[in-house]
Design a protein around this ligand. Structure first.
Ligand code: UDP
Ligand code: MG
Length: 319
């Protein structure tokens, strides 16, 4: 069979009523293109897998990977990306909240010369207090901290060129941060508004606690992004700052002794000075350790520290 050019990646956890309708709408939306629909059954306990298997029997382009147990939406999307054969990868939710009819518009936008087109559920149909408002705050923070400004990181419906996301490792709730990784690698990222529907069948698997996880993931991302190649700058910088402050208090203690005749054992600043210098030195050492760790990390990933967009007069064999 010919390699498809478009891979639709659908994470599925207990969505039995939605799947047939979704498959139908997807097939309609991408009619005439070479596509594959990858369902990742994330350990559903209902009839989801049976439904997908029946769909796959009718259409070879429908494929399914079934997890042994529930590993979470990020793991499911990650597996789908890993498996995808298309040059363009589009993840979307299985619950019909994302609208397959938006797919052609996303592809058009991608053809304008972007590597990532993010969906923006401007009119989001979820619970206001536990979902929509926390998500607004989170999106604002993520945009500020990552420097990649998007209105809706949480929207699963996004479009990626394969080369900017193959090989990204996703942990926790991190599938929403793929555009950040991609942008950091030099990808051209944009967004368009997409339709969002209220959930008709089945239940949402998330509540407010996901926002907390997302914010913690953000700390990791920020650290990896800003300091992953040079951790010594952060640890070492902070450590040196503390050492300088410590030295300042040591000088103050000396001044107190010489000018005011206050003995060291009666001066609390001497303890502060020792404390700051010790902690400062520890931080510098931690920076050195982090440097060693990060080198091992990059070696094991076997990926260069740069990323190439095009090559001229350079044969692909040289890759
Ligand atoms: N999902 C999944 N594994 C999970 C939880 C959810 O694969 O552990 C899928 C789910 O079937 C749906 C998508 O992820 O296709 C989004 O889930 P949900 O609709 O519950 O999230 P919400 O739209 O409420 O953010
Ligand atoms: Mg949903």
């Amino acid at each position: 069979m010919k390699r498809p050019s478009l891979s639709l990646v659908v994470p599925v956890y207990n969505e039995e009523e939605n799947l047939s309708i979704l498959a139908g709408r997807l097939q309609e939306a991408v009619q005439g293109r070479d596509y594959e629909i990858l369902f990742i059954d994330d350990g559903s306990t209902d009839k989801s897998f049976e439904v997908i298997r029946a769909l796959a029997q009718k259409d070879q382009r429908v494929k399914c990977l079934r997890f042994r147990r529930n590993f979470g939406q990020t793991a499911a999307i990650s597996a789908g990306i890993e498996m995808a054969e298309g040059d363009v990868i589009i993840p979307l939710d299985a619950d019909l909240q994302n609208d397959p009819a938006d797919v052609p518009r996303l592809l058009e936008k991608l053809d304008e010369g972007y590597d990532v087109v993010s969906g923006w559920r401007r009119d989001r149909k979820d619970k206001t207090w536990t979902r929509v408002i926390p998500s607004k705050v989170a999106n604002w923070l993520i945009s500020r901290i990552s420097g990649v400004r998007l209105h809706d990181y949480g929207c699963t419906l996004k479009t990626y060129r394969k080369e900017v996301i193959k090989g990204v490792r996703l942990y926790g709730e991190m599938h929403r941060f793929i555009p950040i990784y991609a942008a950091w690698e030099g990808a051209r990222v944009t967004e368009i508004e997409v339709t969002h529907h209220p959930r008709q069948f089945g239940q949402s698997k998330y509540g407010i606690n996901r926002t907390v996880k997302v914010l913690l993931d953000l700390v990791t991302i920020k650290f990896l992004g800003s300091y992953a190649t040079k951790p010594i700058y952060m640890f070492g910088g902070l450590g040196m700052l503390l050492c300088v402050a410590g030295a300042g208090f040591a000088g103050l203690t000396l001044y107190h002794k010489l000018a005011l005749d206050i003995y060291v054992h009666r001066n609390p600043f001497v303890l502060l000075s020792i404390f700051l210098i010790l902690v400062g030195m520890q931080l510098v050492m931690m920076g050195v350790l982090a440097e060693i760790l990060i080198r091992i990390y990059h070696e094991t990933r076997k990926r260069p520290v740069y990323s190439v967009r095009e090559k001229v007069n350079i044969s692909p064999a040289g890759e």
